[in-house]
Design a protein around this ligand. Structure first.
Ligand SMILES: Nc1nc2c(ncn2[C@@H]2O[C@H](COP(=O)(O)OP(=O)(O)OP(=O)(O)O)[C@@H](O)[C@H]2O)c(=O)[nH]1
Ligand SMILES: [Mg+2]
Length: 295
């Protein structure tokens, strides 16, 4: 048995979480076109007859502007420690910039094998992609480069097989059928946040938090009560929408996804509350799980 940890890092919006989900064959990490969708480490576990690979999704590289940003940066820094391999995800459609090359240089110094996944090749122009790949080929310290489309599941299996050779452990870290280290409660709060990100314009997403107040099984159904937290009073009417239509639609989409997750009927009640500047409030961060304690 070969086992080990692989950290997935890269720019915000590069496609890290989509790739994680594709690698493990299940949606364990939320995805949206808004940068900084992922806020913490999320493990996706793949086990087969001869290996167990624990992929660690991370927030995209960012310049922190508040305590939540500091937490996100710490999540990236700690994810790349003591792993068998660092998988750097680059958006092939967007191109490669100096920040990515700089990060690879930093990781090279710590001596961990580095594999690059150039993703979104389904929407990348070959004529644009080739010079970018040439640029990467010249970067010192990269063990291998793979071109994939996580969305279309192209090249992902080859990448996964290639990553096996970097695993250094021999004991399983998780049960055979585990796919993530996170709880169902965490997944529920993330699904709701994903639906808010998908529904709202650019101004709102970074300041959204979700607290699951109650999650109770009631016969064969679940009763879930959650609060969407916004950081400014002016954001509340935007999330609520005209006559509450926006939050209603968010609720419908979230409920459908949660029902798939729990494989049961779900009654979901959503509230919207203002907590001014919560991203700088230690007790709010703790309450929403942005401390090192949440699973
Ligand atoms: N066409 C295409 N789109 C992709 C692919 N992978 C990701 N995307 C899209 O790119 C956007 C960002 O994807 P994410 O997986 O959330 O990116 P991320 O790197 O995890 O982003 P952060 O968590 O914000 O750092 C979403 O709209 C995805 O649907 C791909 O292979 N092809
Ligand atoms: Mg992500």
């Amino acid at each position: 048995m070969r086992t080990g940890f692989i950290a997935i890092v890269g720019q915000a919006n590069a496609g890290k979480s989509t790739l994680l989900n594709s690698l493990v064959g299940q949606k364990v990490s939320i995805v949206s076109p808004k940068p900084q969708t992922t806020r913490e480490q999320i493990m996706g576990i793949w086990t087969d007859a001869d290996s167990q690979m624990v992929f660690v999704d991370t927030p995209g590289f960012l310049h922190s502007k508040n305590a939540l940003g500091d937490y996100m940066l710490r999540s990236i820094d700690s994810a790349v420690q003591d792993v068998d391999c660092i998988l750097v995800v680059i958006d092939g459609h967007d191109g490669i910039d100096d920040r990515e090359i700089g990060q690879i240089g930093k990781y090279r110094k710590q001596g961990t094998p580095i594999v690059v996944a150039v993703t979104k090749i389904d929407i990348s122009q070959p004529a644009r992609l080739m010079p970018e790949l040439d640029k990467l080929n010249g970067v010192e310290g990269i063990n291998e480069i793979y071109c994939v489309s996580a969305k279309k599941n192209n090249g992902v299996e080859e990448l996964k097989q290639a990553l096996k050779k970097y695993l250094t452990g021999t004991e399983m870290y998780f049960e055979e059928d585990d796919v993530t280290d996170k709880t169902q409660r965490f997944a529920v709060s993330e699904i709701i946040r994903e639906k808010v990100l998908l529904a709202c314009d650019n101004e709102i997403p970074h300041g959204i938090g979700v607290a699951v107040n109650k999650m109770q099984q009631n016969g064969s159904a679940w009763d879930i009560d959650a609060t969407v937290i916004v950081e400014k009073a002016s954001h509340k009417p935007i999330v609520l929408g005209k006559h509450g239509e926006m939050i209603k639609s968010i609720g419908i989409h979230a409920r459908e996804s949660i029902e798939k997750l729990l494989e049961a009927k779900v009654f979901l009640t959503l509230w919207v509350k203002v907590k001014e500047d919560w991203r700088n409030n230690p007790s709010m961060l703790n309450e929403l799980g942005y401390s090192n304690r949440r699973k």
